[in-house]
Design a protein around this ligand. Structure first.
Ligand SMILES: [Zn+2]
Length: 466
């Protein structure tokens, strides 16, 4: 039947025929172009198309001659941290990422397909952060939060700020609320201060790993100035609680002898530690510390203490403690054998020097921020002659092989990392991988074994009175 109908319509006129011919040629050319483009993409498929899971991050590597900038066609699918080539897969979908050579303007196109993460269906971006990013975040925590433009996250609140978790236990999510409500990018970034204590996954789920305390932080991806923290206390239900009365008397006695720094030799003390395994529990249920003030200097259980609670007189000028110096020399030699180079970049600092430093920091960052990383005059451990900075007093030291060596070995020579990561609320200072405190070998080992800060170990605070 169709044939009949067509034949009835009659023959095609010449102009119409030409028009059809041109149209067909056009289509053919188009098809060829599309085919060619596909073939090009196909040839470099590995480089130009790839798949990410929600929550993944990836450094884009374009083969361009110079520095290049990256832009995403769909920031809700693939987010690019400003000024970086770090892609964050935020939600399932497809995005085109264009890398553009900043000099020649040449570009490369990447088609990124983001698929759901089967472990966390429906999750928005939550990803682990590289050390560099963490470092930057720390350094950028200034008062600039006041100048947040409209649409950017300016505050984070959590449904809880502290959690008790057992080893191996997965803790329920904290509910995150980012303000203002109309902020355009509310993606979250979860990190832990100590993955030996607790880990946090891309979705913000906290898992207990080992007994201790750490901080879990959620940071706004769009505004890394803004973050909130959960203090996580991980307990090991299988470990026998050593919080018995017997722990107290012997350990305290030993500490007192080592403590003052004058009798730093650990010879006499060693016999006592070996027998009782109780020293590790010194933090819990400890007896009230004995606090003594002599000539304006505070001794807690015989240990000279300088922190935000306890200060030194302005005229206390002991110089670098000679036992601390000798211990450092021993540590330096041992490190050198493992091709680790250590030096003291700041040892003793007088009250006057500290005042100049602190005043400068206050002028630059404001008092509140300066108090996070610099001691007020009289409150610096450097003034005691027992504290020192190794190699460089900068967060860029964190995670270096020297920092790792120091953290793992300094106790053997009588030092502790005085301001560990995630303990700012206890020590009063943010993480300083470079600052060590000399305690003498015996006490340093005990504090190291306990996994506690010196404040926790002794049961004291570190807070300015005003
Ligand atoms: Zn220091």
């Amino acid at each position: 039947m169709a044939n009949t109908k067509e034949s009835k319509s009659g023959g095609m006129s010449l102009p119409l025929f030409l028009l059809v011919l041109i149209a067909l040629a056009g289509i053919a050319a188009g098809v060829w172009l599309v085919y060619k483009k596909k073939a090009d993409v196909g040839r470099n498929e590995k480089k130009y198309t790839f798949t990410m899971q929600v929550g993944d991050q990836k450094t884009l590597e374009a083969l361009l001659e110079h520095d290049y900038t990256c832009a995403s066609s769909a920031e809700g699918v693939v987010y690019i941290a400003p000024g970086t080539n770090l892609l964050l897969a935020k939600a399932a979908g497809e995005a085109t990422v264009i890398a553009k050579d900043s000099v020649t303007g040449a570009s490369e196109t990447f088609v990124v397909t983001v698929v759901e993460n089967p472990d966390h269906p429906g999750a928005t971006v939550r990803h682990t952060v590289t050390t560099e990013v963490t470092t930057t975040t720390t350094e950028l925590t200034t008062t600039e939060t006041t100048t947040v433009p409209a649409g950017v996250v300016s505050g984070i609140t959590l449904s809880y700020y502290s959690a008790n978790v057992k080893v191996g236990e997965v803790h329920p999510y904290a509910l995150v609320t980012m303000t203002p409500a109309d902020a355009t990018d509310k993606s979250e970034l979860w990190t832990t201060s100590d993955d030996k204590v607790a880990t946090v996954d891309k979705a913000g789920r906290i898992t207990g790993v080992g007994a201790g305390k750490c901080m879990i932080r959620v940071t706004s991806v769009s505004n890394p100035f803004v973050f909130a923290e959960i203090e996580v206390n991980v307990v090991d239900p299988n470990a026998t609680s050593s919080a018995s009365e017997s722990a107290s008397s012997t350990t305290t006695a030993t500490e007192t002898t080592t403590a003052s720094g004058e009798s730093a030799a650990d010879s006499g003390a060693s016999s006592q530690t070996g027998t009782t395994a109780s020293s590790g529990g010194a933090g819990q249920n400890q007896p009230k510390p004995t606090i003594e003030v002599r000539n304006g200097i505070t001794y807690v259980n015989g240990i000279l203490i300088v922190n935000k609670t306890y200060s030194l007189p302005a005229n206390y000028n002991p110089g670098l403690d000679k036992n601390a110096q000798a211990a450092f020399n021993e540590m330096q030699a041992a490190a050198a054998k493992e091709k680790i180079s250590l030096n003291i970049c700041s040892g003793f600092r007088s009250y006057t020097t500290q005042k100049a430093l602190y005043d400068r920091y206050c002028a630059r960052d404001g008092k509140a921020e300066a108090d996070r990383y610099s001691a007020r005059p009289g409150h610096s451990e450097h003034q005691s002659g027992l504290g020192m900075d190794i190699n460089r007093a900068s967060s860029s030291f964190n995670g270096t092989k020297e920092a790792k060596w120091l953290a793992a070995n300094c106790w053997k020579y009588g030092f502790i990392i005085r301001y560990p990561e995630g303990k700012e609320s206890i020590t009063g200072y943010m993480y300083e991988s470079w600052h060590v405190r000399y305690l003498g070998k015996d006490l340093a080992k005990k504090v190291y074994d306990s996994g506690l800060t010196l404040e926790e170990y002794l049961g004291i605070t570190s807070k300015y009175a005003n």
